[in-house]
Write a protein that binds this ligand. Structure first.
Ligand SMILES: Nc1ncnc2c1ncn2[C@@H]1O[C@H](COP(=O)(O)OP(=O)(O)OP(=O)(O)O)[C@@H](O)[C@H]1O
Ligand SMILES: [Mg+2]
Length: 642
């Protein structure tokens, strides 16, 4: 049995590593309970343990290095983890495990004074953890000179696999710079990392005040990440197909084919991460299936009416509110197409800014995204292009006033300013600068609105960063005076900073028009499936499955179909599709697990516990039964894994 801490090969039934003392008990991959290394069957569930490789240890050793890294965790994140710790403990979580290790560390260490090597490794760990924390991952363990991080536990997000890959890319960049410095200073001949990622289940154990988290890897989740790492080239990031599938629309991957990894029977499919796909937004829809927009006629008419109004000079703030996947972005896309597509209509300037799920700490992310759109630059534009476009736009719409605006909007965009412009910004403190950003932004918008009506769409406002929210709140009152539509697209997350934007809009003189999206009706859902599959009548089984699993959410409809196609239960036959096999026992698609888990995690403690208990009883039940079980739980103690 190989020790996951030091790789020492121990005899089969060891409970602790002979070399470093690491506990070697393993977890049953079926039920997650701890079993001795020598057991052939799990004594809790009877699972045949010879079928699977040993899982990671359930006890995570502490070390000074690990504690220092944990102390460096951002306080907002630590607060979130501790506030939620009671209910995280004992839960099964779907994580993406990231394992980053130093290439050839034994050789490097041997040539150095131990103290010097420790310092170099410490510098690497600090860089790795910074990037992990930037995407709200957590450091689970230090394994030798390597770092094991989790994205998805204890904090869950709908896009944890994406976050893990972004963190891995950022780590490689930071470590390359670090390596260059170390080599230039003559401290080491080379310094590089390999990174491996894999997605799967862990059970979260106790979480300490210092964020120390015990965990139990169910099956091979963690071991596989470590082994995939060892198969990577220096400076490369390798992922298993489990991870690749969940982020395939956002990054470019090189297919490395079926690879045998040490300690794993059979081959696994691996991919190398090439990099972020330019301009990619999280893909929705299933390749090869599409449908015109179904339903939403009233909402679409209302939005088009606003465009008529704005062409008459009357502006509005409109909020489009709905849960994930209900079709907010689709509605906006149709609106844009129709508003800009009507023949002979006066030109309309249409600008969209997007908030990111991990962007709430990126100051002014939304405001700069919109500003870039307003001056007509793309993510690919160079800083020099941006400066030219800003200057040209301001000269055109503001004339002589441009000189007083350029330094502040240039600064907001992070452009390098000339001496004179820089001097106007340099001595301003935070609040003074923010107030100049706001007045400059307002002047630009007024100027552009004098040219043609403007529509500004703010996507995913529930993730907006607080500084953009503040800027937006100051600008909203002018909307009613201008030919300007501001559309706030958001999920109903009333505790998010972005919600304050809607509240401010409600308080302005013109108020805000609110469109709250409901699930699609049964009839619209069926029409959607018929359009997607291009068939006249739906098999009854399929109709039932869609009704039960998707409940009128078009994103869920698409993901259920995707899963049926991937599993081979739905097969192409000529022009149409044929349902083969049993679909009644269909699970929830992987691609929806993240969205659902993140949403469940946001529920208040009591609601979440109730939901967990209810889910054990079944899909439909009598309230009385639920009440009874909850009563018994209360008198008998807490539930186990959820
Ligand atoms: N009315 C509709 N008719 C047909 N397809 C739809 C409709 N609404 C949404 N869809 C499809 O469902 C998927 C999810 O929709 P969309 O991305 O617009 O959801 P969203 O509300 O913006 O979700 P999120 O909050 O996650 O951004 C998309 O593929 C979209 O094309
Ligand atoms: Mg959307």
């Amino acid at each position: 049995m190989e020790c996951p801490n030091c790789s020492f090969e121990n005899v089969a039934d060891s409970r602790f590593c002979e070399n470093c003392g690491q506990p070697l008990e393993r977890a049953c991959p079926n039920c997650g309970q701890a079993v001795p290394g020598s057991a052939r069957f799990c004594r809790h569930c009877g699972h045949d343990l010879s079928q699977s490789a040993p899982a990671a240890p359930s006890t995570v050793p502490r070390s000074a290095g690990l504690e220092a890294i944990r102390r460096a965790a951002p306080s907002a994140m630590a607060k979130k983890i501790l506030a939620d710790r009671e209910r995280s403990e004992g839960e099964r979580k779907r994580v993406t495990a990231l394992f980053a290790d130093i290439v050839g560390s034994t050789g490097l260490a041997e040539a150095l004074d131990p103290e010097d090597w420790r310092e170099i490794v410490g510098g690497a760990h600090q860089r790795v953890s910074e990037k992990v924390y930037a995407y709200e991952g957590t450091i689970a363990q230090l394994l030798g000179d390597g770092v094991l991080a989790f994205f998805g536990a204890p904090l869950t997000h709908e896009d944890d696999p994406e976050r893990a890959i972004r963190a891995a890319l950022a780590i490689q960049e930071a470590i390359q710079a670090y390596g260059r410095d170390l080599v230039a200073a003559g401290r080491v001949p080379h310094f590089q990392m390999r990174i491996g990622l894999n997605s799967g289940l862990v059970v979260v154990g106790d979480i300490g005040n210092d964020l120390h988290m015990e965990y139990l890897a169910v099956g091979d989740t963690v071991n596989l990440a470590a082994r995939v790492q060892s198969a990577a080239d220096p400076e490369a990031i390798l992922v298993t197909d489990n991870t690749q599938r969940l982020a395939s629309s956002l990054f470019d991957f090189e297919d490395r084919g079926q690879v045998t990894v040490k300690g794993k029977s059979g081959e696994i499919q691996l991919f190398r991460v090439i990099g972020e796909r330019r301009g990619a937004a999280p893909a929705r829809g299933v390749a090869g299936l599409d449908s015109p927009m179904v339903g939403r006629r009233r909402e679409a008419t209302t939005l088009l009416h606003l465009v008529d109004e704005v062409r008459q000079g009357r502006g509005t703030t409109v909020a489009i509110v709905g849960e994930a996947g209900l079709g907010k972005s689709r509605l906006i896309a149709e609106w844009r197409r129709q508003a800009q597509g009507s023949a002979g209509a006066a030109p309309l300037r249409w600008v969209e800014g997007r908030c990111l799920s991990y962007g709430s700490t990126m100051a002014h992310h939304l405001s700069t995204g919109i500003l870039r759109g307003l001056i007509g630059i793309t993510p690919e534009s160079t800083p020099a292009d941006a400066a030219t476009s800003l200057r040209a736009t301001l000269d055109r719409v503001l004339g002589g006033e441009a000189e007083n605006v350029y330094p502040f909007l240039g600064h907001l965009l992070g452009l390098e300013l000339g001496e004179e412009a820089a001097a106007r910004v340099k001595y301003l403190d935070g609040p003074a600068l923010q107030s100049r950003y706001i007045s400059s932004y307002s002047l630009l918008i007024r100027g552009l609105c004098a040219e043609s009506p403007v529509v500004i769409v703010c996507e995913d406002v529930h993730w907006a960063d607080p500084s953009s929210v503040e800027l937006g709140r100051q600008i909203l009152p002018v909307v009613g005076e201008l030919p300007l539509i501001v559309a706030l697209v958001m999920r109903p997350e009333k505790d998010s900073p972005g919600w304050r934007l809607l509240e401010s809009a409600r308080e302005t003189a013109g108020g805000a028009l609110e469109i709250h999206l409901a699930p699609l009706t049964e009839g619209d859902t069926q029409e959607l499936v018929r359009n997607l599959l291009d068939i006249e009548s739906l098999p009854d089984d399929l109709r039932q499955v869609i009704r039960a699993k998707a409940e009128g959410n078009p994103f869920f409809v698409e993901e259920v179909l995707r899963m049926l196609i991937d599993q081979g239960s739905l097969q192409r036959e000529g022009q149409g599709w044929r349902l083969t096999g049993d679909v009644a026992s269909l699970e929830i698609p992987d691609t929806l697990q993240g969205v659902l888990a993140a949403r469940i995690d946001r529920l208040p403690e009591e609601a979440k516990r109730t939901l967990q208990i209810a889910s054990v009883i079944g899909r439909t039940f009598q309230v009385r039964v639920l009440e009874e079980v909850i009563q018994r739980q209360r008198s008998g103690g807490r539930t186990g894994a959820g």
